[in-house]
Design a protein around this ligand. Structure first.
Ligand SMILES: NC(=O)c1ccc[n+]([C@@H]2O[C@H](COP(=O)([O-])OP(=O)(O)OC[C@H]3O[C@@H](n4cnc5c(N)ncnc54)[C@H](OP(=O)(O)O)[C@@H]3O)[C@@H](O)[C@H]2O)c1
Length: 323
């Protein structure tokens, strides 16, 4: 099969190669998926570049997320799953067989039935972003009737945070950097969209809601004072990114707000909680509550350019089309 691999960390154009590999066979409890789309996330280029290295065993096929059709099942897996359209999550976590290839092999729990109405492009966009959004939103309880602030509502995680929170009965405020992103956040269902580059962000949000119960936070250093301005006892600020310098923690202000800071890294989330996320994301999919961001499609051979587009901060979802 055709696959993208890297054998050492480095720049995309230097270490990513397209090679022929034997098609993998599913082991006990595993399924093989003929990949349609491979979804790319920042963690994929960070692992490949060495910015946040993951263990490397001879070679690595990159990318956790994907979609496709099950074409082989291993011992112990029900044969009725053959031919099933699926979304795939965390394929490259502890495995060489990421989704940037014609076939991948994952545990049967990591290939989840995709409803007929959901596109394969949406399926390949879900894994890392939707499961991260779910963890940030629901690790501390349900949100029905609550208010949520999503920082960066046009990002991949932010997008599914808005949609999952709305689906579960929350009101959602989100921040964006400009009009194009504001349109995406409104389309996802945000009740209030505020440009964080304009003055008066706290006042504009406060006119809509005095406080929020949850914050899904992409940049704690930039937004901590805004988050504290909207926090009260029981507010959880869930932080999932560390792209800028660490903030200095204003302990007195955090105490005064009685705020809870939660940190989220998908690689360390207990499996039972990940599976709860998979179940809830599937329920939202079944209900038609999740949608695609605008897609940027690249062929498998242009994986390096596709990863560089993600690293460059492309708006929307970068996918490899492997059909
Ligand atoms: N912890 C985990 O397990 C986990 C899981 C998934 C992703 N991540 C990390 O989370 C980050 C985002 O991932 P992603 O896939 O969602 O990326 P993405 O699609 O590029 O989205 C990031 C969004 O954040 C916005 N943003 C940046 N600074 C902001 C600020 N100060 N206030 C509000 N919004 C801001 C960006 O838009 P503007 O710059 O235009 O505002 C962009 O829309 C990456 O660092 C990624 O590695 C971590």
């Amino acid at each position: 099969m055709k696959a993208v691999i890297y054998e050492r960390q480095g720049a995309a154009g230097e270490v990513l190669q397209v090679v022929d590999l034997p098609r993998p066979e599913p082991g006990p409890g595993e399924v093989r998926v003929r990949v349609s789309f491979s979804g790319i996330n920042p963690t994929d280029w960070k692992s490949r570049s060495g910015a946040t290295p993951r263990p490397l065993d001879r070679f690595q096929i990159p990318h956790h997320d994907g979609s496709g059709v099950i074409d082989a099942v291993g011992p112990g897996v029900d044969e009725s799953r053959l031919g099933e359209r699926v979304w795939v999550w965390m394929a490259a976590a502890g495995s060489q067989w990421g989704t940037a290839a014609e076939w991948t092999v994952v545990s049967e729990q990591q290939a989840v039935k995709l409803p007929d109405a959901a596109s394969l492009e949406l399926g390949a966009s879900l894994g890392v972003p939707a499961l991260t959004a779910h963890r940030c939103l629901f690790a501390d309880g349900d949100l029905d009737g609550r208010a949520v602030l999503v920082a960066g509502g046009a990002g991949a995680v932010g997008h599914f945070a808005i949609e999952l929170a709305r689906h579960r009965g929350a009101r959602v405020v989100t921040t964006v950097s400009g009009e194009k992103k504001a349109e995406l956040a409104r389309a996802a269902g945000a009740n209030l969209v505020v440009n964080y580059r304009e003055p008066g962000v706290l006042e504009r949000i406060r006119a809509y809601t005095e406080r929020v119960d949850r914050v899904v936070e992409v940049n704690l250093a930039a937004n901590l004072s805004l988050d504290l301005g909207l926090a009260g006892p029981g507010t959880v600020v869930a932080v999932y990114a560390a792209d800028t310098a660490d903030p200095e923690l204003p302990v007195r202000a955090c105490m005064t707000a009685n705020v809870v800071l939660r940190f989220v890294l998908l690689y360390g989330v207990p499996v039972a909680d990940l599976l709860r996320g998979v179940r809830d994301v599937s329920a939202a999919l079944d209900a038609g509550a999740l949608s695609e961001l605008p897609a940027h499609r690249f062929p498998l051979e242009e994986c390096a350019a596709a990863q560089d587009a993600v690293q460059g901060g492309a708006t929307g979802k970068v996918l490899l089309d492997v059909r």
